[in-house]
Design a protein around this ligand. Sequence first.
Ligand SMILES: *Cc1c(COP(=O)(O)O)cnc(C)c1O
Length: 432
Amino acid sequence: MNTTRSQELFETAKKYFPGGVNSPVRAFRSVGGTPLFIRKGKGSRIWDADGNEFIDYCCSWGPLILGHANDGVVKAVQETVAEGSSFGAPTELENQLADLILSFNSYIEKIRFVSSGTEAVMSAIRLARGYTGRTKILKFEGCYHGHSDSLLVKAGSGLVTFGNTSSAGVPEAFVNETIVVPLNNTNAVREAFAQFGNEIAAVIIEPVPANNGLLLQEKSYLEFLRVITKEHGSLLIFDEVISGFRVCFCGAAGYYSIQPDIITYGKIIGGGLPVGAYGASREIMSRISPEGDVYQAGTLSGNPVAMSAGLAQLSACLAPGFYQEQEAKTQRLVNGIRAHIAAKGYTAKLWHIGSIFWIAFTNLEYIRTAEEIDPQSMTIFRKMYHALLERGIYLGPSGYEVGFVSAAHSNEDIDRTITAFAQALDEAFVTT
Ligand SMILES: *Cc1c(COP(=O)(O)O)cnc(C)c1O
């Protein structure tokens, strides 16, 4: 595979951007080599700057559930932008997208649009603190919630900890407001509530943890969180920036039939343009300015071009059988790769939910916590990753990242991918 042009572009980019990128995982550091610079995408395919073609399972890290340059989304964006890109005043498109979402999602009554997942979560945390009058947040090791200060905190040693910052520049004072516990552990949460119960404003979880592998939780665990938060007057926040409109239209709340207090969205909601959102009951949302005393604003919030992209994409997601179809293709992919793993006796497992999948090099039946992921196994991922690229398959460049199947992936794409995975696994295991 010739990657000369990508290498040149990366060298130039390093002069402009820290590490040559505008978001760290793009730098390919965990798989090694040069990041591919992407020139265009259509449907399930992307093409890099050297003209190499790939079937893409990164899909911009999740937003592109219809695939690249979907005709309906492109048309909506073109028509809207031709009439002006932003006004900083209300537009009917905001009503239309809100109406589409709220009509088919009984888990939230009011919504506020922002411009990223990080902003949605940051605002939801402020809302929870404002609403409860409490300051502490309980989060889980292995969940990612964007890069706001309160949430860049990872577990320390011990079951219930105030943890350590996962970034320089996060003040100790923030760390002291963030309790970190392992996933899939009821005792840790009970202990945290026993110690800090009346100080905890909210428990925040990715109900489908998909930013550190796919750490599928049992429904009973999510139900337990619902009960214990209610008992202590804390809010339950589902961070559905990945799972929203992905595992079904109503996200994980709908998938598991659990009513959280606040839900955050991002990724799919904007049809590939920068949109985030948070929603809750009328009562909780009434605390947001200008109605209430929790301040939150945005120059480009509810941007008409982004709203029209979201509208086009989410309308398509409402087609009958849409989610079943993506799930069936993902099941086909996972089954195909599993069959090869079983035939060769490789130490590898795949899991999926809806159209999200993940491969891990383990013998464990399930991986539900971050610490169950073996960092050593990433050497196998790295080899498999490059072998897949050589065969025209593009995944997110890290073994801790999940893959996404879109509506644009055909069964033919899936079958080609199964063959490529089989060969890439053979290559990775032979040399390990
Ligand atoms: C991607 C993601 C975020 C952050 O969203 P950005 O748009 O990257 O700021 C937050 N929470 C979850 C669960 C995510 O997957």
